[in-house]
Ligand binder design. Sequence first.
Ligand SMILES: [Mg+2]
Length: 165
Amino acid sequence: MKRDSKKMRVSFDLDEVLFVSPLTHKTEPQLPFPLKYFFPERLRLGTPDLIHTLQQQGYEVWIYTSSFRSEDYIRRLFRAHGVRLDGIVNGERHLREVQRDNKSTLPQKLPNRYRISLHIDDEEVICSAAGQYGFRAYQLNAQDDDWAQKIIDRADQIRRIEHFD
Ligand SMILES: [Mg+2]
């Protein structure tokens, strides 16, 4: 029997992962005037291509950030770069839907609450919580010319393990 056709979800953190400084990382060109004034963040070089590739390969691509940029702002910023996101979790949504009134403080991110199979983040504290809280993470921080291929490979590996279509 064919498994349900839910797509595997991959999520990205923003700060230091997809939003990086041109002083320390290779970046996408700035948006044209006047968009660059509305959306000053600089994308890691290869971000739109990687998201398109993942989506073409049948993944959903989400943003999971603990920042409080609005979902609308994030959606528009990526649209300006030609990218249509499949889902967004910001700090506000996480507090509302994940942390809620839990007495204990949960990790800043719990990707598995959103059925995300792979989350990419720069923070050690989040990546090291992965095992304990039952999600998979890939740590990305410094400039890496091969980052996109590494994430494609990792996602493919997990898709096989989890038996997505
Ligand atoms: Mg970050």
